[in-house]
Design a protein around this ligand. Sequence first.
Ligand code: NDP
Length: 274
Amino acid sequence: MTARILDGRALAKQLTGELAAEARQLAADLGFAPALAAVLVGEDPASRAYIGSIERICGRVGLPFRLVAMPEATTEAEVRAELIALNRQREVAGIIVQMPLPPHLSARVVAQTLAPEKDIDGITPTNAGRLALGLPALVPNTPAGGMEILRRYDVPLAGRRAVVVGRSSVVGTPMALLLVRADATVTVCHSRTPDLAAEVRRADVVAVAAGRPRLVTGAMLKPGAVVVDFGINFPDDAGGKMVGDVDFASAVEVAGAITPVPGGTGPVTNMMLV
Ligand code: NDP
């Protein structure tokens, strides 16, 4: 069996058109185009590149984008003051704070300053709590993108057995909560799970966010399982190529459907933010 490819690039293209239409309607209803603001502290090139990709999507969709670039030496009080100002600006509808922050800044303190209704990456305790309570919430983009792929490709979740590998607050844990909300029966695995293969083999849907290249192999999968790979790794043995947390070559022979890396969850993640 060769798995169906869950094509994130194609979905992102489709979403661009839908979002552009929504953005036009929103601007007409509000009388102004709501802006996305990105707060970037320091000069990390990977963070700059990520923010650049968000800016390009905003441009394609027709949403104003505002970059607030602050020097590496910015104090916590200065970041908080900037966020408080953005919280108050009516034309700024959504704010992201690029992580990781420089080590002298507390991500927790910064997250607590963000207005929950503008917290489009779901980092505030309020949104995390609302997600856990099953209330409407702004959720982290990466798992939101994974769920969007499953929804758009009509993957049934109700009553299915799902395994999430990884329990981080940005990917694994919110993905598990979203799958529970979609009525799946969910198991969360992590580094202390004694027999990962046995857990994965029981799953109809496997979502992997472990940060370990090729951790989940085809031999671990139940034939026909749907695999969502969040991994972004550049291991030495891949010759500079990006590989996922799933061993694509073996998994594609066993799975029923799979997100490739690159071109799977990544392109959809940024669309969810917008
Ligand atoms: P973290 O390092 O924060 O979390 C990794 C999780 O995986 C932890 O819960 C850890 O367990 C678990 N884990 C590590 N090794 C194993 C193992 N051998 N078996 C089972 N579980 C294991 O990573 P993130 O959640 O931030 O990111 C995960 C992956 O997703 C990375 O590859 C990252 O690059 C990618 N990512 C992708 C995005 C996208 O847009 N597609 C966006 C963000 C991240 P424990 O808790 O016990 O330590």
